[in-house]
Design a protein around this ligand. Structure first.
Ligand SMILES: Cc1ncc(COP(=O)(O)O)c(C=O)c1O
Length: 356
């Protein structure tokens, strides 16, 4: 079976030798603390490291067991069932799921190639201010799009004007293979925006380290909920990550994974350009995904089982839409997990199954 399903880093991206060295240092230097309960907000040396990198105070950093769980905690702490939240449409399928699970009124703001439709955003705000707007401005999951500078400024401005919070999820931000970084929305409205990130895509998802950066009162509310749930986040992987950073392994590793993923993205776009001229997709400059709206005549309902039969596992595009019907022709290509030859093979199986 070929898997073109989830946004999981390629196993060949894992810096195993460096992890061994970092974990040895973590235990040798601070083993007793690393192996004990380390209460929320997290392992102090890692908190200090992140605060210095982000140029914030240490009480503006909260570490947890994955950013996904933070999304769950935030929904529990900051919202009551029936309240309104906004997400991009399409958005990360698990974010959609968690917001629905909390019984929230979920509003999808249509995503264009340069970020959400601002007219729809403002008109939805006027109908009812959201508790928060969750978005992924860098190399969005599932589309691969990046929100433009103008739209980032406009979203920061709207958050101020209408007094709502923005949850800026940036796990792919450091995975840029071409073009220039844009400033975060958090940098434009630090009092309104909570930045959420993770080491899952840059180091390894098994670490389960998520990070929140922003307003101390907001973080404190999440910290209390987290602490009451699990005392503190898993500490050995935090100590390991801290040593990985301190020993200078992060930047060389980032370069290595750029060199791994950049050509995979290029190959994917080459195949799409050549083979699917009637499909609609953006040209991402980084991340793990290209989101493809297939031409009329395709339908996930029939495509998924046919692909499976042919030896290819795909993710159901309907999960990325709050209204699943909108995703019937939506296919997310997670190019991260397959090398160029494997991508050619995967498309070799997929293309004959499509109406083109
Ligand atoms: C946008 C986005 N946020 C969060 C996550 C989950 O990250 P973590 O492993 O930290 O839970 C993912 C993983 O696919 C993602 O794409």
């Amino acid at each position: 079976m070929i898997n073109l399903t989830r946004g999981v880093p390629a196993v060949e991206s894992y810096a195993l030798d460096e992890f061994v060295a970092a974990f040895k240092s973590a235990i040798a230097e601070d083993g007793n603390r690393a192996m004990s309960y380390v209460a929320s907000p997290g392992y102090p040396p890692l908190i200090e490291w992140i605060a210095a990198e982000e140029k914030v105070r240490t009480d503006q950093v909260l570490i947890g067991n994955s950013s996904l769980e933070f999304l769950h905690f935030i929904s529990m702490v900051e919202t009551e069932p029936g309240e309104r939240v906004f997400l991009e449409s399409p958005s990360y399928d698990r974010a959609n799921l968690l917001m629905k699970r909390r019984g929230l009124e979920t509003v999808g703001i249509p995503l264009r190639t340069d970020g959400v439709d601002l007219d729809v955003l403002e008109s939805e705000i006027k109908k009812g201010r959201p508790k928060f707007f969750y978005l992924i401005p860098d190399f969005q999951n599932p589309m691969g799009t990046t929100t433009s500078l103008e739209k980032r400024r406009a979203i920061a401005e709207l958050a101020r004007k209408y007094d709502f919070r923005v949850l800026e999820d940036v796990p792919y931000r450091q995975l840029r293979y071409s073009g220039e970084d844009l400033p975060t929305i958090a940098s434009m409205a630090p009092e309104r925006v909570i930045k959420m990130s993770s080491y899952s895509k840059t180091l390894a998802p098994g670490l389960r380290i998520g990070v929140l950066i922003g307003d101390t009162d907001f973080l404190n509310r999440v910290k209390v909920y987290a602490g009451n749930t699990y005392i503190g986040p898993v500490s050995p992987t935090q100590a390991l990550t801290y040593q990985f950073l301190k020993l200078g392994f992060f930047e060389p590793n980032l370069k290595k994974i750029h060199a791994l993923y950049g050509p995979r993205l290029k190959k994917t776009l080459e195949i799409l350009d050549a083979e699917l001229p009637n499909a609609v997709y953006p040209k991402p400059e980084g991340g793990f995904f290209v989101g493809v709206t297939l031409p009329e005549g395709n339908d996930m309902e029939t495509l998924l089982p046919r692909a499976k039969e042919a030896g290819l596992n795909l993710t159901d595009g309907r999960g990325f839409y709050l209204n699943p019907e909108d995703g019937r022709r939506f296919l997310r290509i997670p190019f991260c997990g397959l090398n160029e030859t494997e991508l050619e093979k995967a498309f070799g199986v997929l293309l004959p199954l499509l109406s083109r």
